[in-house]
Design a binder for this molecule. Structure first.
Ligand code: AVI
Length: 325
């Protein structure tokens, strides 16, 4: 850490600077909050892999079920005119689910270019290698950066029809208002004929949902606490992880599944020059994982100027991939 820093961490990396600004703003607000978008450093990525493998965490399995077993239905909805198009995946990661669709569409002889967008260049290189081994005939254009910036870049590279994938229930990690603004932003980047496929986790038995985020093994707790550990690692802060406890809630009416970290004692944490006081039992709001009814999805689509073209559910009917135009 730069000990000369007076007001904030200065870094040559804008990403680090934004992270610091957001941490400062979040911990100075009332109630305190941290953004779950910062969960995913190397340790966080690894913990999220462990979450996806937990028996309680059904989301990945459900959406994988759709992509493995309803591949033709998805292709039918997004490649309806069989004309060349660009398939753009937001936050592609390792394309675990979409690679089933990619393989199927290549086998069907559809003319498309896969454009995975991810903030991590490292993940994109790994993905590129994996795809060239497994689907050698697939055209791939990697787009490293923020979603909307990269959507502009995609538009500058090609004028073909666009299909956007936003999988995993990631839309649920936005507050509803933020999700609406995000979808409005997507709409502004699209033209007639383009499609968006968004994965939504559906409202279901509240115990099933709560269990998925409140595992007895404590992996989700570790996932949350890792953000404090990350702030310690990157900004030389002194969070004592033993003095914070994970607390998960689910509101079956509104559909928000929220995680918090609870301060177990009165304590002061130092981050760079800042001293942040916590009262015993004070909360840090960490993450929302919003669950949707089919009516909620329709409302979100309409509010952001879209129309639902089709929907595909997994065999348990717990998760839905909704295709919008
Ligand atoms: C990435 N995102 C969709 C996950 C979710 O279900 O909200 C993140 C997560 N948080 C705790 N467990 C998984």
């Amino acid at each position: 850490m730069n000990s000369n820093t007076k007001s904030q961490i200065k870094s040559n990396h804008p990403k680090t600077e934004n992270f610091f600004i957001d941490v400062k703003k979040g911990l100075e607000s009332n109630p305190k909050r941290l953004s779950s978008k910062y969960f995913y450093d190397e340790v966080g990525d690894h913990l999220f892999q462990k979450i996806m493998a937990m028996p309680e965490y059904y989301l990945t399995k459900c959406e994988l079920d759709i992509f493995q077993n309803k591949t033709a239905d998805i292709a039918e909805l997004i490649a309806f005119d069989k004309q060349p198009f660009d398939l753009i995946e937001l936050g592609a990661g390792d394309a675990m689910k979409s690679s089933h669709l990619l393989k199927y569409m290549v086998e069907q002889g559809l003319d498309f270019t896969y454009m995975p967008i991810d903030i991590s260049g490292n993940i994109l290189s790994i993905l590129d290698r994996k795809l060239s081994e497994n689907i050698p005939d697939l055209n791939v254009v990697r787009l490293e950066g923020e979603y909307f910036e990269m959507l502009n870049k995609a538009a500058s590279l090609s004028s073909r029809r666009k299909v956007i994938l936003f999988l995993g229930g990631n839309i649920g990690n936005m507050e509803l208002e933020e999700a609406t603004l995000f979808c409005i932003g997507l709409k502004e980047h699209l033209a007639t004929g383009d499609r968006v496929l968004i994965g939504f986790d559906l409202k279901k038995n509240p115990n099933t949902i709560l269990n998925a985020y409140n595992d007895k093994t404590g992996i989700t707790a570790e996932f949350n606490l890792n953000l404090l550990a990350r702030i310690n690692r990157e900004f030389g802060a002194d969070f004592n992880l033993d003095q914070f406890q994970h607390y998960q809630t689910y509101d079956p009416v509104g559909g928000a599944c929220r995680s918090y970290l609870v301060s177990l004692i009165d304590q002061v944490v130092t981050i760079d020059h800042m001293r942040i006081s916590f009262k015993e039992n004070e909360l840090i709001d960490m993450e929302v994982s919003q669950k949707f009814s089919e009516i909620d999805i329709k409302e979100l689509a309409e509010k952001s100027g879209f129309e639902i073209e089709g929907e595909i559910k997994d065999s348990k009917k717990w998760f839905i991939d909704s295709v919008w135009k």
